[in-house]
Design a protein around this ligand. Structure first.
Ligand code: SAM
Length: 280
């Protein structure tokens, strides 16, 4: 009988954010493969989990995967955890999971925290369709090239970024995505200083610059999706007027006033208003 590999999500800050099932399995498996064993010790100690741990990080994943498969084939049950949140989401584990699946060994996933999903749920941006881009390339040229490719993406875009690169990312967003698009910065989720800021990019930048402490911590950055190309017969200026009025007035009134100011067709404006309210 082979063992089972359990993929277990752990907290992204608040130690209480772990499922009862996760604790139970972490206690009963033979081995825990952790991204950083010293880091995970805090969580494991907190819940009285004494299971032996080995490290599995991006530099030793291939080598350790072969060892873990041998252990699984000998009937051992193994849990995979990362430093925070869901393993494999911008974290190690992909090579292991692929190899274990290729070997025909059972894998069970124990869902739980994931910073991207937690941020999306609270962002106020469209949740019906979204894409996760994780960390963009670090170098400015490569990052800007990727942002150019994402510029017309209509789904909500979710990014991770390190604190010391956040301002550079916001600058690049301003340059490429533009000043009108709404972004959301979800900072220190589930921790004491949890803060979520939703505003056009220049306002978010000003907020970050107003107090350097605001640039510290862990961040998820979400970008409002672009308006569908099919709506593009309406000019950018008209869209701007409508968007501003929609923030202040009921839909019908905003549409009527926009039509008066811009001479645009009321029905087209109404459709645009409804689709942007649904999308965002
Ligand atoms: N596996 C994790 C998950 O499920 O979200 C992500 C790991 S990735 C190495 C770490 C990045 O996730 C951070 O740089 C930050 O962008 C984001 N992150 C993790 N915890 C966070 C939190 N509490 N608040 C905001 N962002 C967080």
């Amino acid at each position: 009988m082979t063992g089972t590999l359990y993929i277990i999500a752990t907290p992204i800050g608040n130690l209480a954010d772990i499922s009862l099932r996760a604790i139970e399995i972490l206690k009963k498996v033979d081995l825990i493969a952790a991204e950083d064993t010293r880091h995970s010790l805090v969580l494991l100690k907190h819940y009285g989990i004494n299971t032996p741990c080995i490290s599995l990080h991006k530099f030793n994943e291939n080598k350790k995967s072969s060892y873990l498969i041998e252990e699984l084939q000998q009937g051992k049950n193994i849990a995979l955890i990362s430093d925070a949140g869901t393993p494999l989401v911008s974290d190690p584990g992909f090579h292991l999971v692929k190899a274990v699946r290729d070997a025909g060994i059972p894998i069970i996933t124990i869902p739980g925290p994931c910073a991207a999903i937690a941020a999306l749920a609270a962002s106020g941006l469209a949740t019906d369709k979204f894409i996760f881009e994780g960390f963009l390339p670090v170098k400015k040229t490569a990052q800007c090239e990727r942002l150019e490719e994402l510029k017309n993406e209509t789904r909500t875009i979710i990014l991770y970024e390190a604190p010391h690169r956040l301002l550079q990312l916001v600058d690049n967003l301003l340059e490429i995505i533009g000043a009108e698009r709404q972004i959301v910065i979800a900072k220190e989720l589930t921790k004491i200083h949890e803060t979520i800021i939703a505003a056009p990019i220049p306002e978010v930048k000003a907020w970050l610059l107003a107090d350097p402490k605001r640039q510290l911590g862990e961040f998820v950055i979400l970008i409002q999706g672009a308006i569908e190309q099919k709506d593009m017969t309406i000019s950018a200026d008209t869209r701007k007027v409508l968007a501003i009025l929609l923030q202040e007035l009921p839909t019908k009134k905003a549409v009527n006033i926009t039509a008066k100011i811009t001479n645009c067709d009321k029905r087209e404006l109404y459709q645009l208003a409804i689709s942007s309210l649904q999308n965002h």
